[in-house]
Design a protein around this ligand. Structure first.
Ligand code: FE2
Ligand code: FE2
Length: 181
């Protein structure tokens, strides 16, 4: 049976650690946003709490599953590999937005949408690598998590679009007098 782990072990661990590092950040981002959602009394916003709690738990499962995979391959779940360092730097702006006390919920969700786009691309890449290595078992495992990421992305896209419609389309510009008056 073909196995992705039979390829260059260091590089495979590197790409898994990249994903792990981002997933770990993802859990923290969800925790922060869930906290904010609970604090708002807006019923439209409260509807996000249940699905986003489920997504948060899936991100945690992704994190733990990756940790186990990396250890299984003889790596360390806390090593800062080259790709882990790269995504850590890349995600700094997203964390900055989401952990800023002054950030509005739409701004936080906007940043989380960016994170989910990266998450989707990351799992998609893992699926492609397992496919290339003919590692059917790992490909199945990666795909399962990619499908979960697709759900995260779809919900975030809808939520961001809803806020944007509210803000951009319904906003009245005080500098423009209403037509017909
Ligand atoms: Fe994830
Ligand atoms: Fe996700």
């Amino acid at each position: 049976m073909n196995s992705l782990s039979k390829q260059n072990r260091t590089n495979v661990i590197d790409v898994l650690t990249e994903r792990l590092t981002f997933e770990r950040t993802g859990v923290r981002l969800y925790d922060r946003i869930l906290e904010r959602i609970r604090a708002t009394g807006d019923p439209e916003v409260s509807g996000l709490h249940a699905p986003m709690t489920a997504f948060r738990d899936q991100e945690k499962e992704h994190e733990e599953w990756l940790e186990a995979k990396i250890r299984e391959m003889g790596g360390s779940a806390h090593a800062m590999t080259a790709r882990a360092t790269l995504v850590k730097t890349e995600s700094r702006g997203l964390e900055e937005v989401i952990f800023d006390e002054r950030a509005t919920l739409p701004q936080m969700l906007h940043a989380l949408l960016a994170a989910e786009l990266v998450d989707n691309a990351g799992w998609d890449l893992l699926v492609a690598l397992a496919d290339e290595a003919n590692d059917h078992e790992l490909k199945k495992q990666f795909k399962r998590r990619l499908h979960e990421e697709e759900d995260h992305l779809a919900l975030l896209q809808r939520a961001v679009a809803r806020f944007a419609k509210r803000e951009v389309l319904a906003a009245e510009d005080p500098s423009v007098s209403p037509s017909g008056s």
